[in-house]
Ligand binder design. Structure first.
Ligand code: HEC
Ligand code: HEC
Ligand code: HEC
Ligand code: HEC
Ligand code: HEC
Length: 396
């Protein structure tokens, strides 16, 4: 039998399995089955990493391991130590284990970040190995890849594991990267719509799953918009310029050639395209700068969508520039800057300026710094104009 591309709606096996696997709030793992060593019983990522060092190293570099950052913690502090239901609304994606929810209540009550509990769980760990792989102390994972074995002899560690293709299905990720029908929507689109954007793209039809781009060779990397090289890999950018007497006609085209969903998929990043003239010191001349925003721009209280200028898969956008060359302009600058956490930065600034907002200021200030520090230049190009009207000096 010829295996076709995976069903973009998710296979039936995946749908059934994931319905149970991600029924939240997750149940506590319960008593440790007889025969498991302390390392095998532990929910701590470091315990898994003792035997799975590659996954641990990759995970530590990924945002999933930092899903309980200061921005989230500041907001949880404000909710109050015992507000379990309010916590759950965030923890279900940011730190989903029941044992982590319990640890958070204890830490907030104590007013300090406690060390991990005896079972190895900590609310500070974010989205852990066990959060994706362990239910009731049983390990779940994808089918073994052909030709790959560790050579481990039975009895296998942690009592073996249960195999399901659901781990290799894009639907696995939709538990947290897609709002369900009926969830919060703006302008007819769910606030989080990544899985559906992917499903209607060429990538889904051609069998390119979330995992194939974000977990190449099953690596636990999950690089996204915070990673300049990853973002560059998804886009094709071209520029063109004509100088005609005193006029500059230019164009920057940007095509979403390799992002498996909208660029960017979330309401939180902002991408700024700038075209403008530079003076002889290489400084942009403000009056000549044209700026274009690529974003799903929503109000801070998430009640309004102001604009949606994102690029869907395979979409091309042309930014034209047609202006007179000003006095001392020497070059035309094309620049694309990415602000992965622009929405959060605005949100933290608003909270810090709110006189009614008492708690969590120190944490929020740290969150603001982190959000501002993630900005980077995705693309930058200078095109010198050369000599003007036969003036002295060689063209640059
Ligand atoms: C004492 C060592 C040990 C510990 C601790 C351990 N594992 Fe394993 N695990 C193994 C070995 C060995 C295998 C078998 C690998 C093989 O033969 O392919 C395995 C297999 C797996 C598999 C299936 C891999 C596949 O090929 O599909 C998953 C998933 C898994 N472990 C997850 C975890 C998680 C999550 C934790 C922590 C909560 C953990 N393991 C802790 C040793 C360990
Ligand atoms: C239990 C919920 C959950 C699941 C399941 C999940 N994620 Fe995530 N993911 C998150 C959260 C929460 C963040 C944000 C972490 C942070 O920055 O605080 C995130 C961040 C990411 C990022 C980084 C985005 C950036 O801004 O750079 C990528 C990429 C990603 N996830 C891909 C995936 C893929 C692919 C899968 C499926 C294999 C998946 N995730 C499954 C919750 C989840
Ligand atoms: C449906 C899953 C989901 C739920 C529920 C959720 N988040 Fe997130 N959150 C995400 C994902 C995915 C990202 C990553 C977005 C990105 O990096 O592009 C994220 C990112 C964040 C960030 C920025 C990154 C960081 O860690 O500082 C903050 C702050 C945040 N969420 C706060 C919250 C709060 C507060 C709640 C509860 C009111 C909440 N989230 C509920 C999925 C979720
Ligand atoms: C966001 C969910 C998520 C988290 C967190 C996560 N994994 Fe995985 N893991 C997956 C998925 C999905 C696959 C299968 C990928 C595929 O099929 O392409 C996988 C595959 C594996 C495999 C099989 C690897 C292979 O080469 O066959 C092991 C072992 C494993 N994970 C262990 C871990 C360990 C250890 C951690 C923590 C350090 C961890 N995982 C964290 C989702 C996760
Ligand atoms: C064809 C490759 C490809 C596929 C398939 C793909 N992505 Fe991405 N993804 C990217 C690239 C490239 C980026 C970085 C550019 C960007 O942020 O749009 C990215 C960014 C992200 C981000 C960062 C947040 C943001 O606002 O952009 C998240 C979260 C994410 N992907 C999740 C997913 C999930 C979940 C799926 C499956 C439903 C998926 N991706 C499928 C290539 C892919």
């Amino acid at each position: 039998m010829q295996a076709g591309p995976p069903d973009p709606a998710g296979t039936e096996e995946a749908t059934v399995f994931l319905g149970g696997h991600w029924r939240r709030p997750l149940k506590p793992n319960g008593p440790v089955p007889a025969g498991l060593s302390d390392a095998e019983a532990s929910l701590a990522p470091e315990a898994c990493g003792g035997c799975h060092p590659e996954q641990l190293a990759d995970w530590k570099g990924a945002l999933h391991s930092r899903a309980m950052g200061p921005g989230l913690l500041g907001q949880l502090q404000v909710m109050g130590a015992q507000s379990r239901e309010d916590h759950a609304a965030c923890l279900q994606c940011h730190a989903p284990l029941a044992e982590q929810a319990e640890h958070l209540v204890q830490s907030l009550t104590a007013g300090v970040a406690l060390p991990p509990s005896a079972n190895g769980a900590s609310s500070a760990h974010g989205l852990t190995c066990a959060g994706c792989h362990v239910r009731g102390h049983i390990r779940y994972g994808p089918p073994r890849r052909e030709g790959k074995t560790s050579g481990a002899e039975p009895p296998l560690p942690h009592g073996g594991w249960q195999v399901t293709k659901a781990f290799s299905d894009a639907k696995f990720c939709s538990a947290c990267h897609q709002f369900e029908a009926g969830g919060h929507s703006l302008n007819g689109k769910p606030l989080e719509n990544t899985y559906e954007e992917w499903r209607s793209s060429r990538h889904a039809r051609e069998g390119r799953t979330c995992q194939s781009c974000h977990m190449p060779d099953r690596r636990h990397l999950w690089r996204g918009i915070h990673d300049p090289a990853m973002t560059r890999s998804g886009l094709t950018i071209a520029t063109r310029i004509e100088t005609d007497g005193g006029r500059i006609r230019a164009e920057l085209t940007l095509t979403n050639t390799g992002v498996g969903h909208a660029f960017p998929t979330y309401v939180t990043p902002r991408v700024l395209v700038e075209i403008g003239q530079e003076d002889s010191d290489g400084k942009p001349i403000e009056a000549t700068l044209e700026r274009h925003l690529i974003a799903r721009d929503v109000s801070l209280d998430l009640t309004r969508e102001n604009a949606d200028s994102r690029l869907m898969p395979d979409e091309t956008r042309r930014y034209r520039y047609d202006r007179p060359r000003v006095g001392d302009a020497q070059a035309l600058l094309f620049r694309v800057r990415v602000y992965p956490d622009a929405f959060y930065a605005d949100f933290y600034r608003a909270l810090l300026n709110d006189p009614d907002y008492g708690k969590g200021h120190g944490t929020l200030r740290a969150a603001l710094e982190q959000a501002e520090a993630s900005a980077y230049a995705l693309f930058e190009e200078r095109r010198p104009f050369g000599a003007r009207y036969g003036a002295g000096g060689a063209p640059r």
